[in-house]
Design a protein around this ligand. Structure first.
Ligand code: ZN
Length: 173
């Protein structure tokens, strides 16, 4: 199966301690596209020079522990059922949507605390605006396509990610 390497342009510090990360290797990661087609990519393994923890590079197409690429997950969690373009069975769709709902409050809290820590300007909450979860994230990361990847990146890079293990990617650490 062809695989391609993913290089993140952004240099991020260790989410645990802020130390710098050095590349120690790579690993193959499988990802499902909307069609159900599987592709394979290579992400770099990084080790913190300070606390020695191992991390993996997080390209925007990956949601940790999820088999579907980020754009698919975004489509599933934010669409009416007739707008879902991801080829997946009902139970998979259901689990993705419940997982998203279960993380919403946590992620909002993370984004809030990141915004306070870095004194970021956050858009005012519009009254009468839809309170659907994905719209609420828009205050912090914008509502344009890719919002889920932006939420995930912020939460992961701040070491706030909740590591719900799944049978598929339990080796992720
Ligand atoms: Zn560290």
């Amino acid at each position: 199966m062809p695989a391609f390497s993913v290089r993140c342009a952004e240099v991020v510090p260790c989410p645990c301690c802020g130390g710098s990360l050095s590349v120690i290797g790579s690993r193959r990661r499988k990802l499902l596209e909307a069609s159900g087609q599987q592709r394979s990519l290579v992400v770099r393994r990084l080790r913190c020079v300070t606390c020695r923890k191992i991390h993996h590079e997080l390209p925007d197409c990956i949601v940790p522990y999820k088999r579907y690429e980020s754009a698919c997950v975004e489509n599933v969690v934010a669409s009416e059922s007739e707008e879902i373009v991801v080829a997946a069975d009902h139970s998979t769709l259901y689990r993705l949507r419940s997982w998203f709902r279960s993380q919403t409050t946590h992620w909002m809290g993370c984004l809030e605390s990141i915004a306070i820590r870095f004194t970021l300007d956050v858009a005012e909450e519009l009254s009468g605006h839809s309170q659907a979860a994905h719209h609420r994230f828009g205050r912090y990361v914008g509502e344009a396509a890719g919002w889920l990847a932006r939420v995930v990146r912020s939460v992961v890079n701040s070491n706030f990610w909740v590591h719900t293990r799944s049978a598929f990617l339990s080796e992720a650490h």
